[in-house]
Design a protein around this ligand. Structure first.
Ligand SMILES: CC(C)(COP(=O)(O)OP(=O)(O)OC[C@H]1O[C@@H](n2cnc3c(N)ncnc32)[C@H](O)[C@@H]1OP(=O)(O)O)[C@@H](O)C(=O)NCCC(=O)NCCS
Length: 396
């Protein structure tokens, strides 16, 4: 007898494998994350964002010469066309940075003569351009909306340090620059999450890289995905002090609300990125001599675990967005830039996935994603509803 097909409807594609990938693996049971075969904990400890971006885009860690060449390709691409600054000056200052970023990426296609060139080499060059330009766009918008002049990228600084410099106007201290570099390493890739799938789905139509990245940015902006980190900070600001965490969390959960930065669609144990970020939080707090935000985050984590256990009889763990919030806050990054900061790292993973999708680098598959649905709407019979012309229609 033929086995019944698994039920795949209305479960948000949870557990449904839609493709093979060579880029990363998330093991939700073990709490492990692998980029192209390398463990995230090792990469966080030992590599840099530039090395990781190369790894994701090229399927191997670079040797010295390859890394130097990759960096030299990124540097001249950091600049953005002058018209972006002019348009930003005319943009309402209240515009969310994710909206500015998404619009800018679609607009960037107009300035890339290779936008519609679909060779593997041209797509790699587009990946480099986007990786280099995203931080410049985010920093420029933050300065312009605050009435400041945008800054020219500093070629002496690496990807992480240059972003912090362009944002704040002075180079970060080496320890903070390194911590931020590790944050970028941790956020660079995470398999078929909502934004990556959105990017791949667009790429499957043969749309260009800019269209795929703009779609991915839209998906990332939602609070259940990349938008969670800024919501976590909102929650910490609202709770204010560790002593209030338990009551706040308890009330939120009892009313059916969500504790942002907690829980994950794939990890059923601690997200390995949260483990590293908890450590960075403590070290950064130590250097600043202010443990307020880490202590508060830890109190919310403990309270959520306890309340969740007693309410649902289940465990819950922090995800990548939980400790990145106090870390970015302590680095002086404005709350509504937390999600764009996620994007300036994830661009490498998205671009790698778009290239993998376009060139069927993992396994051949039908080019176009085209899922199906069951229609459960109105039906007036086998031949559908009788169309009544507007002038004779009396009921809705
Ligand atoms: C990420 C998220 C959408 C995954 O949801 P999911 O796949 O439904 O997760 P689970 O299946 O493990 O959820 C099991 C239960 O826990 C609840 N739950 C999960 N995360 C929760 C949270 N942060 N706060 C309160 N309840 C939560 C779910 O609503 C579900 O409840 P139910 O059994 O009554 O329906 C969810 O954890 C969430 O919304 N987290 C907060 C947002 C966030 O941090 N997003 C960033 C993810 S990296």
């Amino acid at each position: 007898m033929k086995e019944a097909a698994p039920e795949t409807k209305n479960i948000g594609l949870r557990g449904i494998k839609v493709a093979d990938t060579r880029i990363s693996d998330v093991n939700g049971e073990k709490g492990a994350l692998i980029y192209r075969g390398y463990n995230i904990a090792d990469l966080a400890l030992q590599s840099t964002y530039e090395e990781v971006a190369f790894l994701l885009l090229n399927d191997h860690l670079p040797v010295k010469e390859e890394l130097a060449k990759f960096k030299s390709e990124l540097l001249p691409e950091r600049e953005i066309p002058r018209v972006f600054i002019d348009v930003m000056r005319e943009t309402p200052k209240s515009t969310h940075p994710m909206d500015v970023l998404q619009t800018s990426i679609a607009f960037l296609a107009s300035f890339d003569p290779e936008a519609r060139v679909e060779t593997r080499e041209a797509n790699h060059r587009k990946a480099n351009r986007l990786t280099a330009k995203l931080p410049t766009i985010v920093a420029a918008w933050d300065r312009i909306r605050n009435g400041l002049e945008p800054l020219t990228p500093d070629p002496k600084l690496n990807h992480a340090g240059n972003f912090l410099y362009m944002l704040k106007g002075n180079p970060p201290d080496p320890a903070t620059a390194r911590d931020f570099d590790v944050c970028l390493v941790l956020h660079a890739e995470h398999s078929f999450n909502a934004s990556t799938f959105a990017g791949r789905e667009v790429a499957s139509t043969h749309a260009h890289m800019y269209a795929g990245i703009a779609a991915a940015l839209g998906a990332l902006s939602g609070e259940l995905h990349g938008g969670a980190n800024s919501e976590v900070m909102g929650m910490l600001l609202d709770i204010g002090e560790p002593g209030r965490a338990k009551a706040w969390v308890s009330e939120k959960l009892r009313k059916g609300g969500k504790i942002m930065g907690m829980g994950h669609a794939v990890y059923h144990t601690e997200d390995p990125r949260a483990t590293v970020l908890r450590g960075i939080c403590g070290e950064l707090a130590g250097r600043l001599g202010n443990s307020r935000w880490c202590e508060l985050a830890k109190a919310v984590e403990t309270a959520t675990k306890e309340e969740f256990r007693s309410l649902k009889g289940k465990e819950i763990y922090p995800n990548v967005d939980f400790f990145s919030a106090p870390v970015y806050h302590m680095m002086g990054i404005p709350r509504d830039l937390f999600t764009p900061v996620f994007a300036i790292s994830r661009i490498a993973g998205w671009a790698a996935h778009i290239i993998e999708e376009k060139f069927a680098e993992a396994q051949p598959k039908p080019e176009l994603y085209r899922p199906d649905s069951d229609y459960v709407g109105t039906y007036c019979g086998p031949e559908a509803c009788a169309y009544i012309p507007l002038e004779r229609r009396t009921t809705a």
